[in-house]
Write a new protein. Sequence first.
Length: 314
Amino acid sequence: MNKVVPDETADSHSTHDAEDDVRNRDIKIFVNGDLVPRDEAKVSVYDSGFMLGDGMWEGMRLYHGKWAFFDEHMDRLFAGLKAVEIDIGMDRAGVLDALNRTAAANGMTSDAHCRLMVTRGVKAKPFQHPALSRSGPTVVIIIEHSKPAESLQKRGIRLATVPQVRGLPMTQDAKYNSHSKLNCVIACLQAEQAGADEGLMLDPLGFVNTTNACNFFIVRKGEVWTSTGDYCMNGVTRQKIIDLCRANGIPVFEKNYSLLEAYSADEAFLTGTFGAQTPVAEIDGKPIGDHTGAGPMTRRLQGLYKNLIEMHIA
Ligand SMILES: Cc1ncc(COP(=O)(O)O)c(C=O)c1O
């Protein structure tokens, strides 16, 4: 029997907390062109993704039958796949069709979030060399009914600065949305150990960078700051927030800043496709701002982002 863990009873929280939805026990999952019930959706133990984390993925949200910012997600996916020489075996229209088929099979049009995964496929032997993956890619699409947990908006997320960093591009570029998330998983474990929900990761020079699963912003005296972008995921939501600030006369800076400036920020929030903008309640035990939940600038940006989605899907 499947073990279903209700997120809301858990001690720790994450930006991926969703309202529990029993329908997710019976979803159909796309596995290499077939739509199979969740319990029967399987990949080989020889799969490159399972063995090595050798694959790329995208997280996307469905709003009224349309995948938000599909082109931007495909730009990132296809760039990552090209860089590591994985041939997905279809073009963007083919990906869209696969996503839509999966959503339709599950009767989903809104409040749904997908994880599209593409690995180098099944290996001939259990070793690293990419040439051992000979039978083409493995493509899996999981779409779940998903409403971000309301409680997180009210409470905000607790961050702890962690020793694990998002490193230089010549190690494993933070812009690879790779199956292997061990770097981020280690950061998340360190944050949990420190009693927080998510890890705030610095860059190799010690400037504030990103969290283990989302991009990170602070607000100081009416200005919105985020890291230079050199050492973090090129988040689609991150870029939308920067663009929205620019379009609405809100001063926004991609710059180096330190923990000292983060601790004394008026507001802080995270961005990601799953949760849009999630307020930060505290960093390393220090409360951020004097509000509960989202501060005024975060709320303004949430409103602008919501409008942007509505325009995008219209
Ligand atoms: C490490 C990391 N940072 C940030 C993000 C947010 O990116 P996006 O806004 O494109 O969902 C993701 C999502 O894939 C991520 O894995």
